[in-house]
Design a protein around this ligand. Structure first.
Ligand code: GAL
Length: 421
């Protein structure tokens, strides 16, 4: 090759390179802010990334560690204030409405219409993803919160039986304790404390009482005798939790049950993602039972990706692609198998799912017929973040003080919620 041809080759290469770079750029990219950072959660979010990349778009991962998402929401707020929100962010229930009211969310009606979202999503729940009658978010799953996770090997060693009532729960906990196991694996973080608390409210007050407390914020229910009894029971449960639990992440607590150090965990079914990631089989290596006394009810926690208004048309295409693939059957199966949740797309073939998810599906359909289907308070589905924060404070302060007075806590709950409204 002489000097001229060499130069020509370099020039043509140079002009070719930006073109390919441009072509990739032309497909657009989508930045997704989420808090799926545990082993099982990361495996799940990876299935979404793969779908988007398969369609030729660039995935920009923005994972903010912190179970329950409080840290991620702080990042989202500062990004929005700086005028630079991500293309998509995990946002829950009533919070989607607040972001919609700020005028920051993009309308997804075209994608929704083309892909028949109205027919695919559970009819009772579609208002969650609409602001002003326009879709502004796409759901990816349905988590159930009122679950109890059990290690059957530990139970057998302790001679304990899987509990179905609160009394049986304490009998099992005593046996586990006597045999030298940690009865309840738990992480001392406000959202985890309130995850346990809300399941207790559901068990003791029933779904109607739960609704009155966390959706209607009815003062009588919040301060009544049954709420006092709930705090008493929470205090008793606290005695079966590890004293060094402060700040522990939920997946570390799940690992204690998986590894046979602890017997049970009260947690939503994202806990299953850790069992799955550890190659454990539902119904064989571990058991899932509705939280004792809550059979027939289903507290739901739905993960959704809300979409922010963008300017770049290629990035808008990438954003629309994300919204489209999120409800496609192949993604719904792969993602929810890894995540531990139910597909939010209705009418799916459930045969690829394990025993826990199949049970969850039946229970969801049953609960949907009556009062049993209730939004999770601890996972931002029932109230504003301000009200939720007030509940978290009361519950966590109470659980951290073994001598706290349950009657006083119920009064504080009523007052704190009133002040937060
Ligand atoms: C929930 C969320 C789940 C899971 C969990 C632990 O709020 O809906 O997807 O991530 O927090 O972080």
């Amino acid at each position: 090759m002489n000097a001229i041809t060499r130069l020509a080759a370099v020039v043509s290469l140079a002009s070719f390179m930006p073109l390919t770079a441009l072509a990739a750029e032309a497909k657009g990219s989508v930045e997704v802010l989420h808090w799926w950072t545990s082993g099982g959660e990361a495996a799940a979010v990876n299935t979404l990334k793969q779908q988007v990349e398969k369609d030729g778009f660039t995935w920009k991962d923005n994972a903010v560690a912190g179970g329950g998402g409080a840290a991620a929401m702080t990042v989202l707020k500062s990004r929005a204030v700086a005028g630079n929100p991500p293309a998509a962010s995990q946002i829950k229930g009533p919070d989607i409405q607040e972001w919609g009211a700020l005028g920051l969310l993009a309308e997804l009606d075209e994608v929704a219409k083309a892909n028949q979202w109205d027919a695919l999503l559970p009819a009772k729940l579609t208002p969650i993803w609409k602001y002003d009658d326009h879709y502004v978010a796409v759901p990816v799953n349905i988590h159930r919160v009122n679950w109890l996770w059990v290690n059957p090997v530990v139970f057998e060693k302790a001679g304990a039986k899987v509990p179905h009532t609160l009394d049986e729960l304490f009998v099992a906990a005593d046996k586990l304790k006597a045999a030298g196991f940690q009865p309840l694996a738990h992480g001392g973080q406000p959202w985890q404390d309130s995850t346990v608390f809300e399941s207790l409210v559901l068990s003791i007050l029933g779904p109607e009482g739960y609704h009155k407390a966390f959706v209607e914020l009815d003062e009588q229910t919040l301060t009544g005798d049954k709420m006092v009894q709930t705090f008493k029971t929470l205090q008793r449960l606290g005695t079966y939790m590890d004293a060094n639990r402060a700040g522990r992440d939920w997946n570390i607590a799940a690992a204690d049950v998986i590894n046979g150090k602890a017997g049970m965990q009260i947690m939503g079914d994202w806990a299953k993602s850790e069992w799955t990631a550890a190659h454990k089989v539902a119904g064989k290596d571990y058991q899932c039972v509705p939280f004792p006394g809550t059979q027939g009810s289903f507290t739901y926690n739905i993960d959704s990706l809300a979409m922010f208004k963008l300017k770049n048309e290629h990035d808008i295409e990438a954003q629309n692609d994300l919204a489209k693939v999120a409800l496609e059957p192949a993604f719904q199966t792969a993602f929810n198998q890894a995540k531990g949740s139910l597909p939010v797309r209705q009418g799916m073939d459930m045969t690829p799912f394990d025993a826990c998810t199949q049970q969850s599906q039946k229970d969801f359909q049953e609960a949907e017929k009556g009062q049993g289907l209730q939004p999770s308070m601890a996972h931002n589905m029932a109230s504003s973040l301000a009200v939720q924060g007030a509940i978290f404070d009361v519950v966590t302060n109470f659980l951290n003080d073994p001598k706290a007075d349950p009657a006083k806590a119920a009064k504080q709950l009523g007052a704190a919620i009133k002040a937060a409204q």
